[in-house]
Write a protein that binds this ligand. Structure first.
Ligand code: SF4
Length: 297
């Protein structure tokens, strides 16, 4: 494998989790092992095939192909996976494919002064997201990260669903080279969003304490649960108990469901309160607050 299929590369503020508000370049890879088609939909709903909103979008594309020429032309959704164009094969043609050198050139063209280090303790972070970014493309990340480190890259975050093992050579690279044998442990973040039953994914596939614990051996790791109801929070508690029993020691975040303001704004206060009651952290979605989650934010 020499090329990576990806949905978008953009410069924005990190909207979620530990580094919310930090200027970051996002590299969104194509492909995911999950579908999460029930986010924002009733639990009891039976969904055959794709999320219904995605089915409707595909129908619109077929009847109006001239209206949907590039990724940015696609509409946002209020339910299911909010990065649907990064997961369904039918949208692959809206994605790009490049080798690592070209991708790094595109990334570097976006950062101020073409350097990650902005001086005075400020630096731009790199976020590798998806889809699920730890699928097979991970084997190309050491080469990609070496090129970024030549221009001063210090901070890296993987946004993952926590179901994919690191390849041994990638784990070794991250530990030996990126964090310099753990001395820069804090500069590598695994932002893990395990999928709860409200996503529609099965517990057995989605909750993987041993895999997440292995990330924690390499870099700072936290869990971020997307929730809408008390039932979701009860599921998060059950999952946290499993992660803790396996020895996971990182912090826990709750984040409101909602890729668009009309859904997100429904439950921010309630989710904040539920997080506080448990001594957990609250994650905003700044990309929804500030930019209404438009593509490229
Ligand atoms: S794991 Fe993330 S990218 Fe994959 S389908 Fe679920 S929400 Fe979408």
């Amino acid at each position: 494998m020499e090329k990576i299929t990806y949905t978008e590369i953009f410069y924005s503020l990190q909207g979620e989790g530990r580094w919310a508000g930090v200027p970051s370049v996002f590299f969104r890879t194509f492909g995911c092992n999950f579908r999460c088609k029930k986010f924002g939909r009733p639990r009891q709903e039976e969904i055959e095939g794709h999320n219904p909103e995605v089915v409707e979008i595909l129908r619109q594309i077929e009847s109006n192909p001239d209206q949907y020429k590039k990724f940015e032309d696609l509409p946002l959704v209020t339910s299911g996976c909010d990065t649907y164009a990064s997961i369904y094969p039918e949208f692959k043609r809206f994605n790009d494919q490049d080798n690592v050198g070209t991708i790094v050139d595109k990334i570097h063209a976006l950062i101020p002064g073409n350097t990650w280090d902005q001086g005075w303790n400020d630096d731009v972070h790199l976020v590798i997201t998806g889809g699920e970014p730890l699928l097979a493309y991970q084997q190309l990340y050491p080469e990609m990260l070496d090129l970024c480190r030549e221009r001063g890259l210090l901070n890296l975050t993987f946004e993952t669903n926590g179901s994919q093992k690191l390849y041994p050579e990638v784990e070794e690279y991250l530990f030996n080279e990126f964090t310099r044998h753990g001395r820069d442990y804090d500069k590598l973040t695994f932002s893990v969003s395990p999928k709860l039953p409200c996503s529609g994914e099965s517990w057995e596939r989605a909750i993987n304490p041993e895999i997440v614990k292995s990330y924690e051996m390499v870099g700072m790791t936290y869990l971020k649960f997307v929730v809408a109801t008390r039932e979701d929070v009860a599921d998060a508690e059950r999952a946290v108990a499993e992660f803790r029993a396996a020895g996971f020691g990182g912090p826990i975040y709750l984040m409101p469901v909602g890729g668009v303001p009309q859904v997100y704004n429904l439950n921010t206060q309630e989710v904040a309160r539920l997080a506080m009651e448990r001594g957990w952290r609250y994650s905003p979605r700044l990309q929804v607050d500030i930019w209404r989650n438009a593509w490229g934010t």
